[in-house]
Design a protein around this ligand. Structure first.
Ligand SMILES: Nc1ncnc2c1ncn2[C@@H]1O[C@H](COP(=O)(O)OP(=O)(O)OP(=O)(O)O)[C@@H](O)[C@H]1O
Length: 313
C-alpha cells in the first residue's frame, strides 16, 4: 500500500489515560499529525507529554481512544504501527556494555529490517559517532550517549520520529547539532514530533505547535498563525525622568514600569482594530511626561504559552 500523502501520519481520537491510583494524565485527546511536519508539543512538567508518546509507542496502554500510525491501529496492529516509529527517550536505559555500532545495528534488526551497513555508517557519521563506533556505551560522555539514542531511534528508518525533551540537559553545541539533524531528517521526509518545555525550541523548530496542560490539548496551531493570533506587542517609552509609580490617569491602559521606572510599558494586542496607542500617547503627553525613545516589540511564544497555561489554572 503506498502511503497516502494527504492523510495524517498519526491520528489520535479520544485518547485518554487514567493511571491506576494516579491522575487522569490525558483527557480525550484528538490530534492529527501531518506527514512531513515538525510538530512541537509544548507543556509544563506533568502535562501528559510523555504519557502521550508512550501510548503511541505502545509502552503505555490507553484507557480509551484510538491511535492510527500511517493507517495502522497502534493496538490491534501493533507491529506495523511500531516499526514506523522511532523514539528518542529522555534517558538511555540499557546497553552499557555494548559498542555503539553493535547497539545501533541491533536496533535495526529488532524492527525486522535487513542489515544495511552503509546506512548505519552514514547515520553514525551524521551524528559524529563513527569514530566512536567501537567504544562501549558506558565509556561515552553524556552528549555522546544522547547521540547514540538518536542513532538507535533512526536505525530502522522510521517515518515518524518522537523526540522526548531533546534539549533537556544537553549543551549548546549538541542542541544545535540536533536541530540541524532534525531539519535534515524533515527534508528527507521524516515527520517529527518533539516534546519540550523549552519554548525557544518550539519557536525555532516547529511548523505547528500544540499546547498541553493537565492532560488537555489546549490548542493546535500553525506556529506563525499562533504568533499572529495571540501575539501581543509591547510599546516601551524610555522616559527622560524616571517615575516612582504609574500615574492614575493612565490606569485604563494598565501600563507597567520597568527598569527602575525608566521605561513605561504598554502591552496591546496588535490584531485589535483599536490598539489604544493614540489615546495612550496623548494622555502621556497631557501629563507632561517626556520620553526620549519609543520602541515596540513582539512578545514571544513564551509569553503566549504562559498566558494560555495560566488561563487554565
Ligand atoms: N506510571 C505512572 N503512574 C501513575 N501516574 C503517572 C505515571 N506516569 C505519569 N504519571 C502522572 O501522569 C501525569 C502526566 O505525566 P507525564 O510524565 O506524561 O507528563 P510530562 O508532560 O511528560 O511531564 P515532564 O515534562 O515532567 O516529563 C503526571 O501527573 C504524572 O505524575
Amino acid at each position: 500500500m503506498s502511503p497516502d500523502t494527504n492523510s495524517a501520519i498519526l491520528r489520535l481520537q479520544g485518547v485518554s489515560k487514567q493511571y491506576r491510583d494516579g491522575p487522569t494524565a490525558l483527557h480525550s485527546v484528538d490530534l492529527d499529525i501531518r506527514r512531513g511536519e515538525i510538530f512541537a508539543l509544548l507543556g509544563p512538567n506533568g502535562a501528559g507529554k510523555t504519557t502521550l508518546i508512550s501510548i503511541v509507542c505502545g509502552i503505555v496502554t490507553a484507557s480509551a481512544g484510538t491511535i492510527l500510525v500511517d493507517g495502522h491501529d497502534a493496538q490491534a496492529d501493533y507491529k506495523a504501527a511500531r516499526r514506523r516509529i522511532g523514539l528518542v527517550p529522555q534517558e538511555l536505559a540499557t546497553d552499557a556494555f555494548e559498542t555503539v555500532l553493535a547497539t545501533v545495528s541491533f536496533s535495526r534488526r529488532l524492527f525486522g529490517r535487513a542489515a544495511d551497513p552503509a546506512y548505519v555508517e552514514r547515520l553514525l557519521r551524521d551524528l559524529s559517532l563513527w569514530e566512536k563506533r567501537s567504544a562501549k556505551i558506558k565509556d561515552l560522555s553524556g552528549g555522546m550517549k544522547r547521540r547514540v539514542l538518536i542513532a538507535k531511534a533512526l536505525a530502522h528508518e522510521p517515518e515518524l520520529l518522537f523526540l522526548d525533551e531533546p534539549s533537556a540537559g544537553v549543551d549548546v553545541a549538541l542542541r544545535r547539532d540536533m536541530w540541524t539533524l532534525v531539519r535534515s531528517l524533515r527534508d528527507r521526509g521524516v515527520t517529527i514530533i518533539l516534546t519540550t518545555h523549552y519554548i525557544e525550541e518550539a519557536e525555532e523548530m516547529a511548523d505547528r505547535v500544540g499546547v498541553i496542560a493537565r492532560g488537555r490539548l489546549l490548542l493546535v496551531e500553525d506556529k506563525a498563525a499562533l504568533m499572529r493570533k495571540l501575539g501581543k506587542r509591547e510599546l516601551d517609552l524610555t522616559l527622560v525622568e524616571p517615575l516612582g509609580q504609574v500615574p492614575v490617569e493612565l490606569a485604563e491602559w494598565s501600563p507597567t514600569l520597568e527598569h527602575d521606572g525608566h521605561v513605561l510599558r504598554y502591552v496591546f494586542n496588535a490584531t485589535d482594530e483599536h490598539t489604544g496607542i493614540p489615546g495612550f500617547l496623548r494622555r502621556v503627553g497631557d501629563l507632561g511626561l517626556h520620553f526620549k525613545d519609543l520602541e515596540t516589540a513582539k512578545s514571544s511564544l513564551e509569553d503566549i504559552f504562559v498566558d494560555l497555561v495560566e488561563r487554565e489554572r
